[in-house]
Write a protein that binds this ligand. Structure first.
Ligand code: F6R
Length: 240
């Protein structure tokens, strides 16, 4: 793993935006895997501010996950987050936005559709990831076993609490299930950049980089990938 340290979230976000935009310039039909949550907010802000400099019309995106039961118009959905933070502000073609439909009537079929769509796009070129304080990536939560492909995930209370803000602050109203890319879906990306800021991520970051590979810390599986960059602020790197 290639580790990069930054002064603060702003410097990290700017560097990530530069990397992604440079990659789009080199490869206009880039297939970009995206994350939601607090970690990429600065990155999306940078992309919005520099939206005029790059042509997004051939870029295709696939987001990591979506809450079960929420459709794309639900303001609490990750799709709504992505529209507000990025998609509404760049020249991306709506047809090129790949997203899990949490309100699909058959969620298993929806997971299969998503895997097929990623494959039909030629696979993910560059996947952006955050990391949970418990070491999850996407909604691949610590467990004795992990799913390879896009699947229905039961959310840990910790993960529901971490998302409570989107749901008015009450974690019990956060859906109990989500749809998420699996470990193989993520590890099949040709390049991965994981970002983490803040002291609450320091233990997970330490385990991910220096610990043994274990399904109890899903991000540790990234150690087997040949092209992973981990971008950290000082607090998240505090235990390395
Ligand atoms: C989001 C996702 C999650 C988050 C992780 C960190 O699409 O898949 O794995 O990346 O929970 O969340 P934040 O950035 O809010 O700390």
């Amino acid at each position: 793993m290639n580790i990069e340290r930054f002064e603060d979230d702003e410097a990290l976000s700017a560097a990530l935006a530069t990397h992604v935009l440079d990659t789009i310039v080199k490869r206009p039909s880039l297939v970009l895997g995206l994350a939601t949550g607090r970690s990429p907010l600065g990155f999306y802000r940078e992309l919005r501010e520099r939206s005029g400099r790059v042509d997004w019309s051939r870029v295709r995106t696939f987001n990591l996950d979506e809450f079960a039961g929420l459709d794309s118009l639900n303001p609490n959905s990750y799709r709504a987050y992505m529209q507000a933070e990025l998609f509404d502000h760049v020249s991306i073609d709506a047809a090129n936005i790949g997203f899990l439909n949490g309100a699909a009537s058959d969620l298993k079929a929806e997971c299969r559709r998503y895997e097929d769509a990623i494959e039909a796009a030629g696979g993910i070129d560059l996947q952006i990831l955050g990391i949970g304080a418990n070491g999850h990536i996407g909604f691949n939560e610590p467990a004795d076993g992990l799913c390879a492909h896009t699947h229905i995930a039961e959310l840990e209370q910790e993960s529901r609490e971490a998302n409570a803000e989107r749901f008015g602050g009450d974690w019990t109203t956060v859906p109990e299930r989500a749809l998420s890319m699996g470990m193989a879906t993520i590890l099949n990306a040709r390049e991965i950049v994981l970002i983490a800021t803040g002291a609450e991520k320091a233990d997970a970051v330490h385990g991910m980089i220096e610990g043994l590979i274990t399904t109890r810390l899903p991000a540790s599986l990234l150690q087997v990938h040949p092209r992973v960059t981990v971008m950290l602020d000082g607090a998240a790197a505090g235990k390395l």
